[in-house]
Design a protein around this ligand. Structure first.
Ligand code: PLP
Length: 439
């Protein structure tokens, strides 16, 4: 056992896998065994491993300027170029970009931005944030408070109330519907719950609603048709901002450039980006806000003398350079178009497991999917304890494929966007063996 405290791990557990290298959509362990990376690391290695252009970019930038900060407006060309490119790409009006290191710290930044903004426009009481059950928004104190997954809360005594976190329903029809309820009725009920909560709390106290357009860590929940339309109508009615957490769904993952586009979320006020922003070659994140929010904060910050928030590595030049190159490759090689095509094929092939005795629901969009395993296929009864996810994950690993158990009983798929049809077939074949071994 090493001296590492492993993240998101049962502390009783010992090491499970030692990886040595990666190439394309594959990684290799220290025994030389090959694995197909069906989760792109942690939903992030979009361009796969050992991409020469990205490696050369890192090397070149390391030699040119290995570090510079951005405090006080100190800057560098790659940072400015990346910000311009991102700003032009995102479906956020006149987007302004704040750089961070991870999805979690980017969400913390956004919480602080919200407070700063509403203080700036003279509405300090408008600070609460509506997050959804089963959401995943990271693990720092504030981001974990937004997260709606029990293991991320247990024993951490998080300050939900101080942060003004409110919780609303997860839009998961398969698990959340009442007996006999249609999808439409389900959407009506949970959006009505949302509206009632807003009325009970007072709309003047609520700053924003945060959502992953399609969730990742909580089991790849794709909301039913009409859900976001209704949610947006309610938020607009009560003057509450839409905050899209696109840490997983950004950059071609869902069949479009951004998950907001796929799910019909229009002009969100804020967007969180990380992971595929740099294809995970370097840690970098971006907290994007609408231009008018930025404008409103300029005068108040001049009064205080500073917008007192920033990380040592905000705008790290090597991370910016590799992110910029990643975005260029996405565009030049039509990666999003390719991912949309492969995504359709992957979704179609995954649905071949509909009759498998272990499979309760198959869900996903584009190149992100999950298969939920159930104890009783006819009734949808869930496995108790959720250990089945771990079994299935290990079984797939034995057959040379890395996937991830999410929400206990689901297996998630989120392969690199560069995979080809043969690799989708390979994934399906390995999954088939893994599921059969789990039976
Ligand atoms: N938001 C979403 C939607 C995520 O899926 C994640 C991580 O998986 C995060 C935020 C947190 O990002 P990080 O692990 O980089 O802090």
């Amino acid at each position: 056992m090493s001296t590492i405290i492993y993240p998101t791990t049962n502390l009783k557990a010992t090491e499970t896998l030692t990886l040595e290298r990666g190439d394309g959509a594959y990684v290799y362990d220290n025994q030389g065994k090959q694995y197909f990376e069906a989760l792109a690391g942690l939903w992030c290695t979009s361009l796969g491993y050992n991409n020469r252009e990205l490696i050369d970019t890192v090397n070149q930038q390391m030699g040119q300027l290995s570090y510079s900060h951005m405090f006080g407006g100190k800057t560098h060309q790659v940072g400015m170029d990346l910000s311009e490119k991102l700003s032009a790409m995102v479906p956020v009006e006149n987007a302004k970009v704040f750089f961070g290191n991870s999805g979690s710290d980017a969400n913390d930044t956004h919480i602080k931005m919200l407070r700063y903004y509403f203080n700036a426009i003279g509405k300090p009481e408008k600070y609460k944030i509506i997050a959804r059950d089963r959401a995943y928004h990271g693990v720092t104190v504030a981001a974990a408070s937004l997260t709606g997954l029990v293991p991320n809360h247990t024993h951490f005594d998080l300050p939900f109330e101080a942060l003004g976190i409110l919780r609303t329903d997860a839009p998961h029809y398969y698990r959340g519907a009442l007996p006999g309820e249609t999808e439409e009725q389900f959407v009506d009920r949970i959006t009505n719950n949302l509206e009632q909560m807003i009325l009970a709390e007072g709309a003047d106290t609520i700053a924003a609603f945060i959502a992953e357009p399609i969730t990742g860590a909580s089991g790849v929940i794709v909301p039913p048709k009409g859900y976001y339309e209704k949610v947006q109508a309610i938020l607009n009615k009560y003057d509450i901002l839409f905050w899209a957490d696109e840490v997983i769904t950004g950059f071609g993952r869902t069949g479009n450039d951004f998950g907001s586009r796929t799910m019909g979320i229009e002009n969100p006020a804020m967007m969180t980006l990380a992971k595929q922003l740099s294809s995970a070659y370097m840690p970098i994140s971006a907290s994007v806000i609408r231009g008018d929010m930025y404008e409103a904060m300029i005068e108040p910050s001049a009064q205080v003398g500073v917008f007192g928030h920033g990380y040592t590595y905000s705008g790290h030049p090597v991370a910016c350079a590799v992110a910029l190159k990643t975005l260029e490759i996405y565009e030049r090689d039509n990666i999003f178009g390719h991912a949309a095509e492969m995504g359709d094929y992957m979704q179609k092939r995954l649905r071949e497991f509909a009759d498998h005795p272990l499979v309760g629901e198959i869900r996903g969009e584009g190149m992100i999917a999950a298969i939920e395993m159930v104890a009783n296929k006819a009734t949808g009864k869930a496995f108790e304890g959720g250990a089945v996810g771990g079994f299935a994950m290990q079984a797939c690993q034995n057959h040379g494929m890395i996937t991830r158990a999410v929400a206990g009983s689901s297996l998630a798929f989120c392969p690199p966007l560069i995979i080809n049809k043969d690799q989708v077939d390979e994934m399906i074949e390995k999954l088939s063996k893994g599921l059969d071994d789990t039976l």
